[in-house]
Design a protein around this ligand. Structure first.
Ligand SMILES: [Zn+2]
Length: 79
């Protein structure tokens, strides 16, 4: 019998990037104004990993300018 990891590898990214992905997967919204880098990460999640991440108008109330939030669309996750 082969000895190996029984746990599937869920860690695809490292550090804060993985945290952002975990947050999305947990159903939380990711406010695009909280961190400028989210836009780049989300683009990467979508294009490289094909995660069904959608955008909506953020209503966090922390910023006066209209902006977007990202969310994980589980209905589109066929994997
Ligand atoms: Zn916001």
């Amino acid at each position: 019998m082969l000895v190996g990891y029984t746990k599937p590898i869920t860690q695809e990214f490292t550090g804060e990037k993985q945290e952002a992905l975990d947050k999305l997967k947990s159903g939380a919204l990711l406010c695009s104004f909280e961190n400028d880098i989210y836009r780049r990460w989300v683009f990467e999640f979508k294009t490289k990993q094909h995660y069904p991440i959608e955008t909506l108008v953020c209503d966090c109330g922390n910023f006066t300018r209209k902006h977007k939030a990202y969310y994980y669309e589980w209905a589109l996750d066929y994997r």
